[in-house]
Design a protein around this ligand. Structure first.
Ligand code: SAH
Length: 456
């Protein structure tokens, strides 16, 4: 395969970064701007040994699943890798991805994978957005999204996945910056003040949090920003977060409240949650209720059960469990999130939940060795890299009746399930949930049963 060679290829899959994937005489081609189902002429840009990166030169046969993307900048932005595919096909693609991973990586042949739980309205679902600030060629302050892995901001204040409030808030921030000569941060020179605006909007409560991330200690003339933002209906929390590091991590360690509370409140089902700027909170509120509903169904809790909820964030799953079990222990690495979890337990009148700060792969084995752990059910909800081996070994030793694995990465999920299901556990059922319509990622809930314990 040579650079600049042009090949005709049918796109049969999509990569995590949104390229169309096709095969050509055993080579895998990652074709930028090609869509699942297209037949394209692809130009090889970067050939490697067994695969190559290519660019779509011409769509010879457009995919029957193509739709007009609702967002005008979707191609440049790259945040919505699947926007040019019909939603129905997106769901089918995600279901297939889960099945492929479980068979190819996990070695599971006959898995019971339930139909993916999709959304009725797959836009406007995000309750959180982080907009970077920059300047355009004319020197005007702009906000939008980084294109691919670049430093280049694609101007877009009206992301269709987010709340319609974002645009109004960004406009007010830009007005304040222009009027008071407050600069936007430049990633390349590491100069300028305002890096990002983090905006959260409570789906059920309408409460709004705005946190400006700054490359400095103080926001000049902050009162003038507050005068504007406090006019927005629902505004509940305005803060600055200090991040003076030369890094692409968005938030720094220190957050100072400028106005209102340091948290906003939102609901999931009957429970209320307080959310800090730095805490993880599921971004899709509608689908979160369905995801947790499935996790609870799989946990089959009984009133006497003792449950561990690992990677518990602000205790969302933990508190649903606490309503149905005798005791729940949560483990989470981010201290702010654990503090939120404790506060949330109290605010919901739940006294049977206890939380530990630390890495799940350290806290669980340590506690197991020091005092023993008895657990009827263990829930894990790790980030994309999945669970550490030390943790999986501890789970096998603790031997709960059921393990409920909530996963945002089918490949690491399949790897971990393979390990757990070598002898002790049986994979009973998997339900994919579409938490990120228009994007490539897919979430799953998995029910594993310890061999020897019959499911109810
Ligand atoms: N179950 C929660 C959070 C899931 S996201 C919910 O549904 O809202 C994953 C969480 O794992 C994040 O809160 C992250 O901070 C935490 N985390 C990441 N690595 C961890 C580790 N090694 N040990 C414990 N928690 C970790």
């Amino acid at each position: 395969m040579n650079k600049n060679e042009i090949l005709t290829v049918r796109i049969e899959d999509m990569s995590d970064t949104g390229e169309g994937i096709g095969k050509y005489e055993g080579y895998t081609l990652f074709v930028k701007d090609a869509c699942l189902g297209d037949v394209v002429r692809a130009k090889i840009i970067k050939p490697k040994k067994n695969y190559a990166f290519a660019r779509c030169e011409e769509v010879l046969e457009p995919s029957p699943y193509r739709v007009e993307p609702p967002c005008p900048v979707h191609r440049a932005c790259g945040g919505c890798q699947l926007q040019a595919l019909s939603y129905e096909k997106q769901l089918e693609f995600k279901e297939k991805k889960v099945r492929d991973c479980l068979t190819r990586i996990g070695g599971f042949e006959a898995v019971d994978i339930k139909p993916i739980i999709g959304m009725q309205n797959p836009l406007g679902y995000r309750n959180k957005a982080q907009f970077p600030f920059g300047v355009n060629k004319a020197g005007e302050i702009i906000t939008g999204f980084y294109a691919g892995r670049t430093h280049c901001i694609i101007e877009n204040d009206r992301c269709l996945l987010g709340s319609s409030k974002n645009e109004e808030i960004l406009e007010l921030i830009k007005e304040y910056m222009n009027e008071n000569h407050v600069s936007a941060y430049d990633e390349v020179s590491h100069k300028g003040l305002v890096r990002h605006a983090l905006i959260r909007v409570g789906y059920h409560t309408g409460e709004i949090m705005v946190c400006l991330v700054i490359n400095g200690k103080k926001l000049p003339a902050a009162d003038r920003l507050l005068d504007r933002l406090t006019q927005v209906a629902g505004m509940s929390s305005i803060s600055v977060n200090i991040n003076t590091e030369d890094t692409n991590v968005i938030l720094g360690d220190k957050t100072q409240v400028l106005w209102g509370s340091d948290k906003i409140v939102d609901k999931i089902g009957s429970l209320t949650f307080k959310i800090s700027a730095r805490s993880f909170f599921q971004v899709n509120s509608v689908q979160t209720e369905r995801l947790y509903g499935k996790a609870l169904e799989y946990a089959q809790l009984e009133p006497d059960d003792v449950v561990w909820d690992l990677y518990c964030g602000i205790g969302t799953i933990s508190l649903f469990i606490a309503q149905k079990a005798s005791k729940v222990y949560g483990v989470e690495i981010v201290e702010d999130a654990v503090n939120d979890a404790r506060e949330n337990a109290e605010a919901n009148g739940l006294t049977n939940a206890e939380f530990f700060v630390g890495k799940a792969e350290e806290v669980v084995p340590e506690k197991m060795r020091a005092e023993g752990i008895k657990a009827d059910v263990i829930v894990v909800d790790p980030p994309r890299k999945g669970c550490d081996q030390e943790l999986l070994d501890a789970l096998l030793q603790i031997e709960p009746k059921r393990i409920v694995y909530v996963s945002c990465s089918p490949s690491t999920l399949a790897r971990d399930l393979k390990y757990l299901c070598q002898e002790k556990y049986e994979l009973v059922e998997v339900t994919p949930v579409d938490m990120f319509p228009m994007g490539v990622h897919v979430e799953c809930v998995v029910w594993m049963q310890c061999c020897g314990f019959e499911p109810k």
